[in-house]
Design a binder for this molecule. Structure first.
Ligand SMILES: [Zn+2]
Length: 94
């Protein structure tokens, strides 16, 4: 049972099925699609695991440590674009 999350961009609730499938996602279907243009919501890097300790954010998947982080740059650009769109709508109401 997952609590209903809101999209980070438009504050609309995220489709529960999607939220369950991608627990890390903070975007609704529409904005998940939109952020693909900026490189996607997440940046995933995989590196061959060494014997040294993995960083705290790394997960071990059988010898390959993957690090998945949110694509903050893409999120920033998507939010900017969204806010611009909102602004345009407000200005057009005169
Ligand atoms: Zn959204």
């Amino acid at each position: 049972m997952a609590a209903v999350r809101a999209c980070e961009i438009c504050k609309q609730p995220i489709d529960p099925e999607r939220a369950e499938a991608i627990p890390d996602s903070r975007l609704c279907t529409e904005h998940a699609r939109a952020i693909a243009r900026f490189g996607g919501e997440f940046i995933t890097t995989g590196v061959q695991e060494r014997t040294s300790k993995a960083g705290s954010l790394k997960r071990n998947y059988g010898g390959v440590a993957t690090s998945k982080s949110r694509n903050h740059e893409a999120l920033r650009r998507l939010r900017e674009e969204f806010e611009q769109l909102q602004g345009t709508m407000k200005r057009g109401r005169s």
